[in-house]
Design a protein around this ligand. Structure first.
Ligand code: FAD
Length: 365
């Protein structure tokens, strides 16, 4: 690997032990790790990192073909080292390429250019910016919207610390980040639509969407996440938070695709017009008075779906509240025997917990 290189030297009690922990974790997540003398080399698609011990220091070298990949590998290494160091405080300071980076390369400030309600509880906000081409992919559908702290006198935008991690200028008035899906992109107009659920118990994301006005600015970071895989037959299942992702994926399916989309919404007024191939059908599930996240509608409907009996290649995609996510994931993996490449089931929110509190509950693999 050539191109851009950065290095950090971190003093530690037991460098070899920390290298072992991090490499073991990366191996469990599919990284290929080789050992040459006392150096561990972790090869990824667009980057390589090497770890070794020199006296009481852990030395790490990151190499990548471009600056953006180098930024992500430096950030990933720093966060893993900090996580696995436990109570030991690490002083990480990268040298080499990328130290001049003032802001994360995947960060943009966009302008709100339109606000309209698609249905009573789904607000579509159109954002404009000059650097949106990277969102034009079905492989990474979501982004993080930066919701400013109500007491911040000026907007807080992310910077990059010398340790490679995102740094906020004012810790007290740090913004909150919320995940949303790019519903559609118009490269010619340099705009994107995001559909926000205006939900009960509104948190910062839903409250921002409810008050957003044309002309204001909002920060976003992304894109990220997994996307659509090629298949003959698809199962989509989700509540209204997943409706933007399902809608975008349905529109992108080839004309020959077959399958079923199960979409849970509050009631008939929340149904939307969706475009999809003739071989795919949509079934709307109405809570009709029950609160979001309190029914088993979605998981019950998933269990009723008849999967193809022939050798069609199947792909199942589901995203919803945590409890339904767990039930659907177990059903698809254990009962239907779908392997990792055949399904993606994600928790998009957890009842009674904000996104910050749900944190790791947003299981995703
Ligand atoms: C990859 C990904 C993509 C997503 N895409 C979208 C999208 O395109 N549009 C969208 O609207 N959401 C989307 N979500 C879900 C969204 O991020 C969560 O609903 C998030 O909690 C909203 O943030 P908030 O600040 O409004 O509420 P939080 O501060 O996170 O939560 C406040 C309270 O509201 C509750 N709550 C959160 N969401 C809901 C809900 N939908 N209904 C009822 N109660 C709720 C929580 O349980 C909590 O009690 C996505 C999530 C993920 C992980």
């Amino acid at each position: 690997m050539s191109g851009f290189v950065a290095e950090a030297r971190i003093e530690l009690d037991d460098p070899e032990a920390l290298i072992g922990l991090v490499c073991e974790h990366l191996r469990e997540h599919g990284a290929e790790i080789t050992r040459r003398d006392n150096t561990y080399v972790v090869a990824m698609e667009t980057s390589t990192s090497s770890f070794w011990q020199e006296e009481r220091s852990l030395v790490v070298r990151a190499e990548a073909a471009d600056l953006q990949s180098l930024y992500f590998i430096k950030m990933g290494i720093a966060s893993h080292l900090i996580e696995f160091a436990g109570d030991e405080t690490l002083e990480i300071a990268w040298t080499g390429d990328g130290t001049e980076l003032a802001a994360p390369p995947n960060f943009d400030v966009l302008e709100v250019v339109a606000v309209r309600d698609v249905t009573p509880h789904m607000r579509r906000i159109t954002l404009a910016g000059s650097n949106l081409a990277r969102f034009d992919t079905l492989q990474a559908l979501h982004l993080r919207v930066i919701i400013q702290h109500p007491d911040a006198v000026a907007p807080q935008w992310p910077g990059v610390g010398s340790n490679g991690l995102v740094r906020w200028p004012d810790g007290r008035h740090r913004p909150q980040l919320r995940k949303y899906t790019v519903r559609s992109l118009d490269p010619a107009a340099s705009t994107m639509d995001i559909d926000f659920v205006l939900h009960a118990d509104a948190g910062p994301g839903s409250a921002w969407a409810a008050r957003a006005r044309v002309g204001e600015h909002v920060g976003v970071v992304g894109p990220g996440g997994g996307g659509l895989k090629p298949a003959d037959w698809y199962l989509f299942a989700g509540d209204e938070t997943a409706l933007p992702a399902i809608g975008r994926m349905l529109e992108a399916l080839p004309e020959t695709a077959r399958g079923v989309a199960l979409i849970e919404v509050a009631d008939a007024a929340e149904e939307q017009e969706l475009r999809m191939p003739a071989g795919v059908s949509v079934r709307w599930l109405h809570r009709d008075g029950s609160a979001a996240g309190t029914t088993t509608l979605l998981q019950d409907a998933v269990r009723e779906v008849a999967f193809p009996q022939d050798d069609s290649k199947v792909y199942a995609w589901a995203a919803c509240e945590f409890e339904a996510f767990r039930a659907i994931r177990t059903y698809l993996r254990k009962d239907k025997g779908l392997g990792k490449a055949e399904q993606l089931v994600v928790s998009y929110w957890r009842k009674g917990k904000s996104e910050d509190e749900a944190g790791g509950d947003h299981e995703h693999d």
